[in-house]
Design a protein around this ligand. Structure first.
Ligand code: PGA
Length: 279
């Protein structure tokens, strides 16, 4: 049955949705539309995706349109297998913060997920780890699931600093998050040099970092909780490289930019993720 339809209202916390299967992680494919698609375009896209995907218990799907399309896209996916995410939020609950959007405003639009600390936010808008951490707390406090993005720059990889950078971003980003909320957290590893460039980390390179992230999560939350946390890969994930990435043990789905803007490629990625479970 549809689990995230608007008809369920807000009484069912979105935070309980993915935690029923303790042994196996249900993969998640999340579309990050960035600053693309009007509400009108968005409706068309999600209708095509929903029609193609139907209800698939082997994969979860989240679409993250721009703020201006959240309401329309939310209405268009009502009762479907698709869930709604935002691309950012502000950490304060309300007040004189011109141009910003709070967690409760997102919840009011039936948003269940929110991307936090995307590399474009960090590099173009100057977000630091402390701000990212406050946003994570704001999201969790409003029962939104944060998709915390981490990843190294090309210069950092070349200087052998990948693990150090990822450690800092994970530890600072999740600072103060109690083990009781671990299941609500999603991590996205996105090597910055792979975002929108057509360069993907090889499956082995990505797996190495994903395994390291799970080790960090184990240190903070314990092995059982860490084993349930989804770690997505992002950075030029496309239909032709997804199978190999998703076959890796600690790659639990994808955060998809470019390939999420067209139904055909996005649906192919959803099918890859679904197949990775079935197979
Ligand atoms: P990309 O973007 O798939 O276009 O590389 C991924 C992201 O930035 O989340």
């Amino acid at each position: 049955p549809p689990r995230r339809g608007r008809s369920l209202g807000l009484k069912l916390s979105p935070l309980t949705i993915y935690t029923t299967n303790m042994s196996k992680r249900t993969p998640l494919i999340a579309g990050n539309w960035k600053m693309n698609k009007t509400a009108t375009d968005g409706i068309e896209l999600v209708k095509a995706i929903s029609a193609a995907v139907g209800i698939d218990p082997n994969v979860n799907i989240v679409l993250c349109p721009p703020f201006t399309a959240l309401s329309a896209v939310g209405a268009a996916i009502e009762g479907s297998h698709l869930a709604l995410g935002a691309q950012n939020l502000h950490d304060k609950t309300n007040g004189a913060f011109t141009g910003e959007i709070s967690a409760s405003m997102l919840r009011d639009l039936h948003v269940t997920h929110v991307i936090i600390g995307h590399s474009e936010r960090r590099s173009i808008f100057g977000e630091d780890d402390a701000f990212v951490n406050r946003k994570v707390h704001a999201a969790l406090g409003a029962t939104l699931r944060p998709i915390l993005c981490v990843g190294e720059l090309l210069a950092e990889r070349e200087a052998n600093q990948t693990m150090e950078v990822v450690r800092r971003q994970v530890e600072k980003g999740l600072e103060g998050v109690p083990a009781a909320k671990a299941d609500h957290v999603i991590i996205a590893y996105e090597p910055v040099w792979a975002i929108g460039t057509g360069k993907t980390a090889t499956p082995a390179m990505a797996q190495e970092v994903h395994a390291f992230i799970r080790k960090l999560l184990t240190q903070q939350f314990g092995a059982e909780s860490a084993a349930r946390i989804l770690i997505l890969y992002g950075g030029s994930m496309k239909p032709d490289n997804a199978d190999a990435l998703l076959a890796e043990q600690d790659i639990d789905g994808g955060l998809i930019g470019g390939a999420s803007l067209e139904a055909k490629s996005f649906v192919e990625l959803v099918r890859s993720a679904s197949k990775s479970v079935a197979g």
